[in-house]
Design a protein around this ligand. Structure first.
Ligand code: 13P
Length: 236
Protein backbone atom coordinates (compact mmCIF):
# COMPACT_ATOMS: atom_id res chain seq x y z
CA UNK A 1 0.00 0.00 0.00
CA UNK A 2 0.90 3.66 -0.21
CA UNK A 3 0.46 5.89 2.83
CA UNK A 4 1.09 9.60 2.33
CA UNK A 5 1.16 12.53 4.75
CA UNK A 6 0.06 15.90 3.41
CA UNK A 7 1.40 18.34 5.99
CA UNK A 8 -0.33 21.26 4.19
CA UNK A 9 0.63 24.61 5.82
CA UNK A 10 1.97 23.09 9.03
CA UNK A 11 5.46 22.72 10.50
CA UNK A 12 8.63 24.77 10.16
CA UNK A 13 11.89 23.47 8.66
CA UNK A 14 12.96 22.29 12.11
CA UNK A 15 9.55 20.72 12.68
CA UNK A 16 9.71 18.79 9.42
CA UNK A 17 13.22 17.57 10.21
CA UNK A 18 12.06 16.21 13.59
CA UNK A 19 8.98 14.73 11.94
CA UNK A 20 11.01 12.92 9.27
CA UNK A 21 13.56 11.70 11.82
CA UNK A 22 10.82 10.25 14.03
CA UNK A 23 8.84 8.75 11.15
CA UNK A 24 11.79 7.10 9.44
CA UNK A 25 13.04 5.81 12.80
CA UNK A 26 9.64 4.23 13.41
CA UNK A 27 9.60 2.61 9.96
CA UNK A 28 13.13 1.25 10.34
CA UNK A 29 12.31 -0.27 13.73
CA UNK A 30 8.85 -1.61 12.89
CA UNK A 31 9.81 -3.05 9.51
CA UNK A 32 6.70 -1.46 7.95
CA UNK A 33 6.75 -2.31 4.28
CA UNK A 34 4.25 0.11 2.77
CA UNK A 35 5.50 2.95 0.58
CA UNK A 36 5.51 6.11 2.69
CA UNK A 37 5.46 9.66 1.33
CA UNK A 38 5.59 12.96 3.20
CA UNK A 39 4.61 16.25 1.55
CA UNK A 40 5.99 19.12 3.68
CA UNK A 41 5.43 22.84 3.04
CA UNK A 42 7.65 24.24 0.25
CA UNK A 43 9.94 26.03 2.73
CA UNK A 44 10.83 22.69 4.33
CA UNK A 45 11.52 20.63 1.20
CA UNK A 46 14.49 18.36 1.72
CA UNK A 47 16.00 15.15 0.44
CA UNK A 48 14.15 11.85 0.85
CA UNK A 49 15.15 9.34 3.53
CA UNK A 50 15.55 5.65 2.78
CA UNK A 51 12.19 4.87 4.41
CA UNK A 52 10.29 8.02 3.43
CA UNK A 53 9.93 9.70 0.06
CA UNK A 54 9.65 13.48 0.36
CA UNK A 55 7.40 15.11 -2.23
CA UNK A 56 6.12 18.60 -3.05
CA UNK A 57 2.56 19.79 -2.40
CA UNK A 58 2.65 22.06 -5.43
CA UNK A 59 4.87 23.37 -8.22
CA UNK A 60 4.46 25.50 -11.31
CA UNK A 61 4.81 23.78 -14.70
CA UNK A 62 8.11 25.42 -15.68
CA UNK A 63 11.77 24.91 -14.90
CA UNK A 64 12.16 28.53 -13.71
CA UNK A 65 10.95 31.98 -14.79
CA UNK A 66 8.65 34.85 -13.77
CA UNK A 67 5.98 33.14 -11.69
CA UNK A 68 5.94 35.11 -8.45
CA UNK A 69 5.31 32.99 -5.40
CA UNK A 70 5.70 29.70 -7.24
CA UNK A 71 8.47 27.14 -7.43
CA UNK A 72 9.43 25.22 -10.58
CA UNK A 73 11.32 22.04 -11.34
CA UNK A 74 14.68 23.79 -10.85
CA UNK A 75 13.85 24.41 -7.18
CA UNK A 76 12.59 20.83 -6.77
CA UNK A 77 15.73 19.42 -8.39
CA UNK A 78 17.85 21.05 -5.69
CA UNK A 79 16.36 18.60 -3.19
CA UNK A 80 16.03 15.66 -5.56
CA UNK A 81 12.22 15.85 -5.32
CA UNK A 82 10.57 13.32 -7.65
CA UNK A 83 6.99 13.20 -6.31
CA UNK A 84 4.29 15.85 -6.56
CA UNK A 85 0.66 16.40 -5.55
CA UNK A 86 -1.44 17.80 -8.40
CA UNK A 87 -5.09 18.85 -8.31
CA UNK A 88 -5.55 18.86 -4.55
CA UNK A 89 -8.98 20.27 -3.73
CA UNK A 90 -7.51 23.09 -1.63
CA UNK A 91 -5.58 24.27 -4.67
CA UNK A 92 -8.61 23.88 -6.93
CA UNK A 93 -11.15 25.49 -4.60
CA UNK A 94 -9.20 27.87 -2.32
CA UNK A 95 -6.45 28.93 -4.74
CA UNK A 96 -8.71 28.82 -7.81
CA UNK A 97 -6.69 26.37 -9.93
CA UNK A 98 -8.76 25.47 -12.97
CA UNK A 99 -8.83 22.29 -15.04
CA UNK A 100 -6.51 23.81 -17.63
CA UNK A 101 -3.70 24.68 -15.17
CA UNK A 102 -4.06 21.32 -13.43
CA UNK A 103 -3.69 19.55 -16.78
CA UNK A 104 -0.67 21.69 -17.74
CA UNK A 105 0.97 20.73 -14.45
CA UNK A 106 0.26 17.07 -15.08
CA UNK A 107 1.66 17.17 -18.63
CA UNK A 108 4.78 19.08 -17.61
CA UNK A 109 5.72 16.93 -14.62
CA UNK A 110 4.75 13.66 -16.33
CA UNK A 111 7.16 14.76 -19.07
CA UNK A 112 9.85 14.88 -16.37
CA UNK A 113 8.86 11.43 -15.07
CA UNK A 114 7.64 12.61 -11.65
CA UNK A 115 5.58 10.31 -9.47
CA UNK A 116 2.29 12.20 -9.62
CA UNK A 117 -0.42 12.00 -6.94
CA UNK A 118 -3.39 13.26 -8.93
CA UNK A 119 -6.30 14.25 -6.68
CA UNK A 120 -9.97 14.26 -7.63
CA UNK A 121 -13.15 14.63 -5.62
CA UNK A 122 -16.52 16.30 -5.56
CA UNK A 123 -17.84 19.25 -3.49
CA UNK A 124 -20.89 18.76 -1.23
CA UNK A 125 -23.53 20.00 -3.69
CA UNK A 126 -22.41 17.41 -6.25
CA UNK A 127 -22.43 14.66 -3.64
CA UNK A 128 -26.03 15.61 -2.84
CA UNK A 129 -26.95 15.32 -6.52
CA UNK A 130 -26.13 11.59 -6.42
CA UNK A 131 -23.63 9.03 -7.70
CA UNK A 132 -23.98 9.80 -11.42
CA UNK A 133 -23.31 13.49 -10.75
CA UNK A 134 -20.25 12.55 -8.67
CA UNK A 135 -18.82 10.39 -11.44
CA UNK A 136 -19.53 13.01 -14.13
CA UNK A 137 -17.67 15.56 -11.97
CA UNK A 138 -14.69 13.25 -11.48
CA UNK A 139 -14.59 12.27 -15.17
CA UNK A 140 -14.30 15.97 -15.99
CA UNK A 141 -11.38 16.32 -13.58
CA UNK A 142 -9.70 13.35 -15.29
CA UNK A 143 -10.45 14.55 -18.82
CA UNK A 144 -7.22 14.90 -20.79
CA UNK A 145 -5.09 13.30 -18.05
CA UNK A 146 -3.06 10.34 -19.34
CA UNK A 147 -4.44 7.56 -17.14
CA UNK A 148 -1.88 5.11 -18.51
CA UNK A 149 1.02 7.24 -17.20
CA UNK A 150 3.39 4.83 -15.52
CA UNK A 151 4.08 6.88 -12.37
CA UNK A 152 0.49 7.98 -11.75
CA UNK A 153 -1.17 7.54 -8.35
CA UNK A 154 -4.79 8.68 -8.10
CA UNK A 155 -6.33 9.97 -4.88
CA UNK A 156 -10.07 10.22 -4.37
CA UNK A 157 -10.65 12.98 -1.82
CA UNK A 158 -14.26 14.15 -1.52
CA UNK A 159 -14.07 17.87 -0.75
CA UNK A 160 -16.71 17.65 1.99
CA UNK A 161 -14.64 15.01 3.82
CA UNK A 162 -11.39 16.99 3.91
CA UNK A 163 -10.51 18.44 7.28
CA UNK A 164 -14.11 18.05 8.46
CA UNK A 165 -13.90 14.83 10.45
CA UNK A 166 -16.61 13.43 8.12
CA UNK A 167 -15.42 10.36 6.27
CA UNK A 168 -17.12 8.96 3.18
CA UNK A 169 -19.19 5.87 3.92
CA UNK A 170 -17.54 2.59 2.91
CA UNK A 171 -20.30 1.97 0.29
CA UNK A 172 -19.53 5.35 -1.31
CA UNK A 173 -15.78 4.72 -1.35
CA UNK A 174 -16.36 1.27 -2.85
CA UNK A 175 -18.67 2.67 -5.53
CA UNK A 176 -16.42 5.58 -6.56
CA UNK A 177 -13.18 3.57 -6.41
CA UNK A 178 -14.80 0.73 -8.35
CA UNK A 179 -15.89 3.15 -11.08
CA UNK A 180 -12.46 4.82 -11.27
CA UNK A 181 -10.76 1.41 -11.35
CA UNK A 182 -12.75 0.51 -14.47
CA UNK A 183 -10.99 3.33 -16.37
CA UNK A 184 -7.60 3.35 -14.63
CA UNK A 185 -5.54 0.52 -13.18
CA UNK A 186 -3.06 2.73 -11.28
CA UNK A 187 -2.87 2.79 -7.45
CA UNK A 188 -5.93 4.52 -6.01
CA UNK A 189 -5.77 6.18 -2.59
CA UNK A 190 -8.60 7.48 -0.44
CA UNK A 191 -8.25 10.80 1.41
CA UNK A 192 -10.61 12.73 3.68
CA UNK A 193 -10.57 12.50 7.49
CA UNK A 194 -8.62 9.26 7.58
CA UNK A 195 -7.69 8.63 11.23
CA UNK A 196 -6.71 5.75 13.49
CA UNK A 197 -10.39 5.01 14.25
CA UNK A 198 -11.37 4.41 10.61
CA UNK A 199 -8.12 3.56 8.82
CA UNK A 200 -8.44 -0.20 9.27
CA UNK A 201 -11.90 -0.28 7.69
CA UNK A 202 -11.07 2.10 4.83
CA UNK A 203 -7.74 0.50 3.93
CA UNK A 204 -9.35 -2.96 3.88
CA UNK A 205 -11.83 -1.94 1.16
CA UNK A 206 -11.53 -3.33 -2.32
CA UNK A 207 -9.78 -0.95 -4.74
CA UNK A 208 -8.31 1.13 -1.92
CA UNK A 209 -4.55 0.96 -2.34
CA UNK A 210 -3.65 3.37 0.43
CA UNK A 211 -4.44 6.73 1.99
CA UNK A 212 -3.57 10.37 1.56
CA UNK A 213 -3.79 11.82 5.04
CA UNK A 214 -4.04 15.41 6.24
CA UNK A 215 -4.87 16.31 9.85
CA UNK A 216 -4.02 12.96 11.44
CA UNK A 217 -0.60 12.95 9.75
CA UNK A 218 0.56 16.26 11.23
CA UNK A 219 1.84 14.68 14.44
CA UNK A 220 4.42 12.02 13.70
CA UNK A 221 3.16 9.63 16.43
CA UNK A 222 -0.34 9.69 14.94
CA UNK A 223 0.95 9.15 11.43
CA UNK A 224 3.08 6.25 12.67
CA UNK A 225 -0.02 4.75 14.32
CA UNK A 226 -1.66 4.78 10.89
CA UNK A 227 1.40 3.15 9.36
CA UNK A 228 1.14 0.43 11.99
CA UNK A 229 -2.51 -0.20 11.13
CA UNK A 230 -1.71 -0.36 7.42
CA UNK A 231 1.19 -2.73 8.02
CA UNK A 232 -0.99 -5.14 9.97
CA UNK A 233 -3.44 -5.42 7.08
CA UNK A 234 -0.76 -7.11 4.98
CA UNK A 235 -2.32 -5.81 1.78
CA UNK A 236 -0.02 -5.14 -1.23
P1 13P B 1 -7.77 15.50 6.21
O1 13P B 1 -7.14 14.17 6.49
O2 13P B 1 -7.42 16.56 7.17
O3 13P B 1 -9.23 15.37 5.97
O4 13P B 1 -7.14 15.98 4.80
C1 13P B 1 -7.13 15.13 3.73
C2 13P B 1 -6.30 15.71 2.64
O5 13P B 1 -6.60 16.78 2.15
C3 13P B 1 -5.10 14.98 2.21
O6 13P B 1 -4.56 15.53 1.06
Amino acid sequence: MIIAANLKTNHTRAGVKNYLDATSDFIDKSGARDRVFVFPPATALCESRSAVVVGAQNAYPAESGSFTGEIGSQQLDEFGIRALLIGHSERRHILGEGLDLVKRKFDYFAGLDYEIFFCVGEPPEIKEAGFDAVMTYIERQLDGIDLSYDRLILAYEPVWAIGTGKTAASEDILAVHGAIRRVCDKPLLYGGSVKTENAGEILSLENVDGALVGTTSWVSERFCALLEIANKLKKD
